[in-house]
Design a protein around this ligand. Structure first.
Ligand code: CMP
Length: 134
């Protein structure tokens, strides 16, 4: 089934010059970038994206980091795009990250983890709508 999902290269990925490398990994897997933009998120935009984590102890640190510099926002379309993009991204928990995934190859950190991809069909719809088609 063809799906659309939302992917964000976080400020650490942009600062470290990994944008081209990251985009290549999605394209190699036949995941098509159908919309893309670069901007620095306001605190309000970051809080809306991470609303499900509001109240958790890492929320403040997450918002500070997410707004610390430009990010690259992408709408990506492809076969089972939600699952495939999450696999390309890799696990949230550092100990579980496999080499070959973006996080597995580039980040040993929990918060500064290079990239975000929507975790479900519902989240993909909400997150795409936050930044595209408006
Ligand atoms: P992401 O997949 O973008 O979703 C939420 C983000 O919160 C996560 O990546 C990490 O950058 C950050 N984070 C920090 N601490 C935690 C934690 N304990 N559990 C989950 N996410 C965390």
């Amino acid at each position: 089934m063809i799906q659309e999902t939302f992917v964000m290269i976080k400020p650490d990925g942009v600062r470290r010059g990994l944008v081209g490398e990251i985009i290549t990994r999605f394209e190699r897997k036949s995941m098509k970038i159908v919309d893309m933009k670069m901007l620095t998120l306001s605190r309000g935009q970051a809080e809306a994206l991470y609303e499900m984590h509001k109240g958790k102890d890492f929320f403040g640190e997450l918002i500070d980091f997410t707004t610390s510099g430009p990010v690259v926002l992408m709408k990506i379309q492809g076969e089972e795009a939600i699952r495939n993009c999450r696999m390309i991204v890799g696990e949230t928990i550092p100990e579980k990250r496999l080499p070959g995934s973006i996080r597995g190859d580039y980040s040993p950190y929990l918060t500064e983890n290079i990239i975000h991809a929507s975790s479900s069909e519902e989240d993909a719809k909400i997150e795409c709508r936050l930044f595209f088609d408006i």
